[in-house]
Design a protein around this ligand. Structure first.
Ligand code: 13P
Ligand code: SF4
Length: 306
């Protein structure tokens, strides 16, 4: 079956929009109406007039789209597309943890469950975290969940002392300083670009640190010709597309292993997207109370990102 043609037909018939993250397979990014980082995808979800949103990303991204569009149908090609960061912070455990910090506000990375969002004051993404934290009063006490690497990076860049929840992304946390040092030795003129979900020892080597969209913007504007890319490998598709004259080196975190791939993002296939559009399932369902409570910190983020 020609899944691309069938998806095209269904998308028109049903007035559906397909949103995809840069970490999905190239063919998924190619059929999407919009590909972006977590911030741009949430902004796109907030603005769409489609009747159906099909989210080729992971569960928390589809949840965010649903929270912003409670009356629309949100489809996710595979309900098992979770996120190790979101899984590292259970809502009930966070609630208990927060009892120790009654005078702190809660800042949560968008890579968290809807339940965690209901406990948060403001959501951030890697694309707007520094801007949002810098806009908060200097004396404001903050708990940051769930990514300790991103939290530490924000603390370093802003001089804050946020209390950090102990969560990590299994893809980004697997990169090591030794691997980056070896890659630099092999490609001495290459610039190192890294995602802030990486450990501090890895970010210490980075010439540029930013979200997926920020990395793409940086490379497009750079006059360097070679880059060592320290994030999930799916970003290579857009990097190569936008910069055919530049060369990209990746780090596989173990031999014969695609460890720098997010197995959750890779659950999105053309066949599953076709089936989800055809059958209008799996559908992302959330109860009204959760939607109401989780929307507030997301709307705050969207306002503070302008
Ligand atoms: P960004 O695309 O917002 O940088 O996020 C990376 C990520 O890990 C998404 O899950
Ligand atoms: Fe979650 Fe990491 Fe996969 Fe992003 S790359 S979806 S943070 S597990």
């Amino acid at each position: 079956m020609d899944f691309t043609a069938e998806i095209e037909k269904l998308r028109r018939e049903k007035n559906a929009v397909i949103l995809a993250h840069y970490y999905t397979f190239p063919e998924v990014q190619e059929i999407a109406d919009f590909v972006g980082d977590s911030l741009a995808l949430s902004q796109k979800a907030a603005a769409t007039d489609a009747d159906i949103i099909l989210f080729a990303g992971v569960h928390f991204m589809a949840e965010t789209a649903k929270i912003l569009n409670p009356d629309k149908k949100v489809l996710i090609p595979d309900l098992a597309a979770g996120c190790s960061l979101a899984d590292s912070c259970n809502g009930d455990d966070l609630k208990k943890f927060l009892k120790n910090y009654p005078d702190h506000i809660v800042l949560s990375y968008i890579n968290c469950s809807a339940k965690v969002k209901t406990l948060s004051d403001v959501i951030v993404t890697s694309g707007n975290a520094l801007k949002i934290v810098n806009a908060l009063p200097k004396e404001q006490k903050i708990v940051f969940a769930p990514d300790k690497n991103l939290g530490r990076y924000i603390n370093d860049m802003t001089g804050r002392n946020m209390v950090l929840w102990d969560g990590v992304c299994f893809v980004h946390n697997a990169f090591t300083a030794v691997q980056v040092a070896d890659a630099k030795k092999a490609h001495p003129t290459a610039e190192v670009i890294a995602h802030p979900e990486c450990p501090a020892t890895v970010l210490a080597f980075a010439d540029f640190t930013g979200s997926t969209a920020a990395m793409l913007k940086h490379v497009a504007a750079s006059n360097k010709k070679e880059f060592i890319v320290i994030t999930e490998n799916g970003i290579l598709h857009e990097l190569k597309k936008q910069n055919p004259d530049k060369q990209f080196w990746v780090i596989n975190t173990a031999e014969n292993c695609a460890c720098s791939e997010c197995s959750y993002m890779k659950l999105n296939t053309l066949e599953k997207i076709y089936l989800a559009l055809k059958n209008e399932e799996p559908e992302l369902i959330l109860d009204t109370d959760t939607i109401e409570a989780a929307r507030k910190p997301i709307v705050k983020m969207l306002e503070m990102s302008k």
